[in-house]
Design a protein. Structure first.
Length: 246
């Protein structure tokens, strides 16, 4: 794939691993990208050799990872002419599974994650205000209003916006950390996207964040992003408290 045709989020997915090149690390990187929609349904992955070279691992490691992804139902492989490995986007997690996961987390866990994620997302927005190019701003405006009718699609759209902000920092490490955090907590973090009001408010807040980044206003970009994430986390806390009352 020519580098000029690859979005920043994809460059982060296929950047060399910073940890030892084990198959588990490769699987985690690709799994997170597929679950969050960074790699789209039906998208062809690099060949085993190209994937291994991009990630800085042995071909056998890439092969093991692709096999694991096939077993998880996230990748399918076609043989012969026009063949290769292709992404299979998973169905949105059932609401009961999200509820079960929420019950497993304590309020301390949620608030601890919230403090960390607010710091990371705010810092990403501040750096993006320093470094984002014109095409990054255009991409942020486009993704910021991308929504779906179903809650799962809306949550993925929300995650994609924050991934694009991280990608606008021009830092693969920052983007990979955002990817990891979204995969770990995203299905819960963006539960407020289940309502039309939540989606409308989110789009308005995205517009303010992008305006601040486009203006190069580090302070406003950080503050608006931290407030945006804080409101989402407050919604998670409220839902958790409601479950305690059941």
């Amino acid at each position: 794939m020519p580098s000029r045709a690859v979005p920043p989020t994809h460059r982060a997915v296929f950047a060399p691993l910073t940890q030892p090149g084990r198959a588990e690390a490769v699987t985690r990187r690709l799994r997170d990208a597929i679950v969050l929609g960074v790699l789209g349904d039906g998208e062809q992955l690099p060949s085993e050799i190209d994937l291994a070279e991009a990630l800085g691992v042995a071909p056998v490691t890439a092969r093991e990872s692709l096999q694991t992804l096939r077993e998880l139902g996230l990748v399918t492989t076609k043989r012969g002419r026009g063949g290769g490995s292709f992404v299979c986007t998973p169905a949105d997690p059932d609401a009961l599974l999200v509820r079960t996961r929420l019950v497993e987390l304590s309020l301390v866990d949620i608030r601890d994650f919230g403090d960390f994620y607010r710091a990371i997302s705010g810092a990403a927005a501040a750096y993006a205000a320093d470094r984002a190019a014109g095409e990054d701003i255009d991409r942020l405006r486009e993704v910021g209003v991308r929504r779906a009718v179903d809650p799962g699609g809306s949550r993925r759209a929300e995650a994609q916006f924050h991934l694009e902000v991280a990608a606008a920092t021009q830092s693969a490490r920052m983007t990979q950390e955002e990817l990891r955090l979204q995969a770990e907590f995203g299905p819960l973090l963006w539960l407020s996207m289940s309502s039309a009001d939540g989606r409308q408010r989110s789009e308005s807040e995205h517009a303010g964040i992008v305006d601040a980044i486009a203006a190069g206003d580090r302070s406003a970009a950080r503050s608006l992003t931290e407030d945006h994430v804080g409101r989402a986390l407050d919604a998670v806390v409220r839902m958790r408290l409601e479950l305690l009352d059941d």
